[in-house]
Ligand binder design. Structure first.
Ligand SMILES: [Zn+2]
Ligand SMILES: [Zn+2]
Length: 767
């Protein structure tokens, strides 16, 4: 009988995977063994061809509830029969065989126990089991046992210990197991004598009466208020200095989700799944959520409760507070700073925003913000990969050896530890503009190196010499391997898609430091792990005013007007468009004329800002990405009710250094003329997306002619724009291109750590 040797990668540890394989083997008459090997589970299986096929098919398609099979590698061996039964072999760990589970949302069985008055964990805010509960955020070091988690301060009572030690119970080997007698406790930070039930009731009352509370969850504190109460939500916006950026909303149950939003079947799976990210869903008309939860946005970021304490906020049968069924749940941090994770953080940073703070005494050792996910073409499209996903590794098929660190980007920072062919992106750290975030990055790197037993021999960082991340990287005392920003995006896309061939990399992003010292941002590269060539880019424009240009799109629009029609006419047009004040105009004219504080840029993000300003959608923004976001909303809105053909491919220009240029000036000119002629704003917003998509496709055609490659990899923050993604992908596929895109790694700067780490890993193995 044939013998198969197989490695199963994914979330296969601590989720009952081996007993599942063993039962399956019995069903199909398979002999052999199953063993945990750290990052994978090893299976030896002997049987008939048919039974083996059915056995492996079931492993891949119907794994246990909490498992996620990423990859099954199987080789067929010809060997005489050597098994007489099927065994679960106890694991012996080797160094480098590491697995750290992400945090897992409270399971349905625990939820049922939580609300069962006869259960001894009735209303216990920390209920968990082998299939659910905190993992990454409470871990101090490996191996994963109680002594090395933040549960070490809570010795198990005899009853909990009995469950913990008995393989027949749901809590066998569940490190955070606890109960009302032996577990952590909630309390009010402002008055720690108010604990347990009384604390929860007080917080529920505050929220029900329109107040703002901070609540300690799994990966940090949330700011929370009644999402159906416009006054409360507006007040939170004022206090947080966050006028427009959408808030996430936590809804009591799935019925409330379907009341507020349109849910497709594949989205339902994610909403109810055990990772519980914030999912962007289309709003339904007539919902009860306050308009200022996500002002002007057609979608809402929605999640269900994933920690017991959150469930108790909605439902608490022991008091008479009438709670709303929708709560704002936004990260508890001053803007720019990392999410607060302990009482000192919260006291210092959240007291001013809140009427009460509900804390608890189980320490959070690693911060983990909520993950944010969108859908594109029926598949997940990650915006922020953090709780529930980090530090799940990305597997790149290779014989790479060695250990590396990719320190990540300056905005939306995450970092990535690489260990041979496995790459572990961290949870979300934040924007490096705040010193507290830089400190958090240093701390988290050290902690993850310990947890993953990884000692990098090299660190990769962005090419930009003045980035804080580059400083952190240099401070580690390791050799530093700089990786160009837009190239790092493409390598992250190669790694996620496990592609080892050279590709046409379409890296459309905000701004990044180019190898020529100018600002890059809309780039078409020939790229593989070994390096890249810049084949083409957007036609350059002048970006004036330094950092301000990322939130002041009128500056970009004015730069185009200057280039197209000279200062005198530009002034007249700017006045017609109400782009800026006279004073602002004069300031910018001075910069252009004297070339002060101006830099040549091909930033695709800034191009969106400029067009958004031109069309009068946003001339200035309160956060980076706002202008582009509302430009897409206008285009989607129009596209939903109209149909239009893709424009023909434009002719490309050529730069002095011989690369091709996507003609943005001509595009801007056409939009300007149509806009001044009174064409509908939504139609023009759509037309811009379509024209840009056509230009990208023209660039890919040119690249294909020059290189003979016909695989295009799409990455960079601009591809968060699902309309652009859809238009580019559709058109490329129709022309015979293979298209690689992101799914579980963000296309934005939250994903570049993976590209940095993979490029460094390739370098130490090949260069
Ligand atoms: Zn559970
Ligand atoms: Zn107990």
């Amino acid at each position: 009988m044939p013998l198969y040797h197989s490695r199963v990668y994914g979330i296969v540890q601590g989720v009952g995977f081996r007993p599942f394989v063993s039962r399956l083997a019995a069903t199909h008459g398979i002999l052999g063994s199953v063993c945990n090997k750290g990052p994978f589970v090893e299976i030896w299986a002997q049987g008939t061809e048919n039974s083996l096929r059915a056995f492996f098919d079931a492993i891949e398609r119907r794994p246990p509830e909490r498992a996620a099979v990423l990859k099954v590698e199987t080789e067929r061996l010809t060997k005489p029969e050597c098994y007489t039964d099927f065994q679960i072999i106890e694991s012996h760990r080797e160094r480098g065989d590491i697995f750290v589970s992400p945090d897992i949302a409270t399971c349905d069985t625990c939820r049922a126990e939580l609300f069962d008055p006869k259960n001894r964990r009735y209303l216990h805010p920390f209920i968990n089991c082998t299939a659910c509960g905190p993992r990454l955020t409470i871990m101090d070091a490996m191996p994963y046992d109680r002594e090395r988690t933040s549960m070490k301060a809570f010795p198990m009572c005899p009853e909990c210990r009995a469950e913990y030690e008995n393989p027949a119970t749901r809590r066998y080997d569940a490190q955070p197991v606890c109960c009302n007698d032996c577990g952590p406790e909630v309390y009010l930070l402002e008055d720690p004598s108010v604990r347990g039930q009384e604390a929860i009731t007080r917080v529920r009352r505050t929220i029900a009466e329109g107040g703002i509370a901070a609540i300690k969850g799994i990966g940090g504190f949330h700011l929370c208020c009644d999402a159906t109460n416009e006054t409360a939500v507006s007040r939170l916006r004022t206090l947080k200095h966050r006028p427009v950026k959408p808030f996430a909303v936590m809804l009591r149950d799935f019925d409330v989700v379907t009341r507020e939003c349109i849910v497709e079947p594949h989205e339902k799976e994610i909403i109810l799944g055990h990772q519980k990210p914030i999912l962007l869903l289309k709003k339904k008309p007539g919902g009860k959520i306050a308009p200022s939860a996500a002002p002007g946005a057609p979608s809402l970021g929605v999640m269900l409760p994933y920690a017991p304490v959150q469930m108790l906020l909605f439902t608490y049968p022991v008091d008479d507070v009438n709670m709303p069924d929708a709560l704002i749940m936004t990260s508890g941090n001053p803007s720019g700073a990392p999410i607060c994770r302990n009482d000192d953080d919260a006291r210092e940073n959240l007291t001013g925003f809140t009427d009460t703070i509900l804390s608890h005494n189980r320490p959070i050792l690693i911060r983990s913000d909520d993950s944010v996910m969108d859908f594109a073409a029926g598949e997940p499209y990650m915006i922020r990969r953090s709780r529930g996903f980090a530090p799940l590794p990305v597997f790149v098929k290779s014989d790479w050896k060695g250990e590396v660190l990719g320190i990540g980007g300056e905005l939306k920072n995450t970092f990535c530890l690489g260990h041979g062919s496995l790459f572990y992106p961290s949870s979300y750290v934040g924007d490096m503009s705040d010193v507290r975030t830089i400190k958090a990055l240093r701390e988290s790197v050290t902690r993850m190196e310990t947890l993953l037993e990884t000692q990098p021999s090299i660190v990769s960082c962005d090419l930009h010499p003045r980035y804080h991340t580059a400083q952190v990287a240099r401070g580690l005392g390791l050799p530093v391997f700089p990786v160009q920003h837009h190239y790092a995006h493409i390598v992250s896309c190669l790694a996620e898609n496990d592609c080892h061939e050279p590709v046409i990399g379409v890296s459309f992003d905000g701004t990044g430091y180019g190898t020529d010292g100018t600002i890059w941002g809309g780039e078409i590269l020939r790229a593989d792990y070994a390096g890249f060539t810049r084949l083409g880019s957007l036609e350059p424009f002048l970006q004036a005013g330094g950092d301000k240009s990322s939130t002041e799109g009128w500056r970009i629009a004015l730069a185009f007007l200057f280039a197209l029609e000279g200062p005198e006419q530009a002034k007249k047009t700017a006045d017609r468009l109400q782009l800026c004040t006279d004073r602002e105009f004069n300031g910018l004219q001075f910069m252009f004329t004297h070339q002060v504080n101006c830099i040549t840029s091909t930033s695709a993000g800034r191009l969106f800002d400029g067009v958004s300003a031109l069309l009068g959608i946003r001339t200035r923004s309160t956060f980076e990405g706002e202008a582009a976001m509302f430009l897409q909303f206008a285009a989607d809105d129009w596209g939903n009710t109209h149909s239009a053909d893709m424009p023909s491919l434009p002719a490309l220009l050529t730069s002095d250094d011989g690369r091709f240029l996507l003609p943005t000036k001509a595009m801007f000119r056409e939009l300007l003329d149509l806009h001044l002629a009174g064409e509908d704003t939504g139609a023009l917003a759509w037309l811009f997306h379509a024209k840009l998509a056509a230009a990208i496709v023209a660039g890919c055609e040119q690249a294909r002619r020059g290189t003979g490659l016909s695989t295009a990899a799409l990455s960079g923050g601009v591809f968060q724009n699902t309309l652009l993604l859809h238009l580019v992908t559709g058109s490329l596929k129709a022309r015979g291109f293979t298209v690689l895109r992101h799914r579980l790694i963000p296309p934005n700067d939250g994903g570049i750590c993976l590209g940095q780490a993979a490029a460094a890993m390739y370098a130490i193995n090949n260069l």
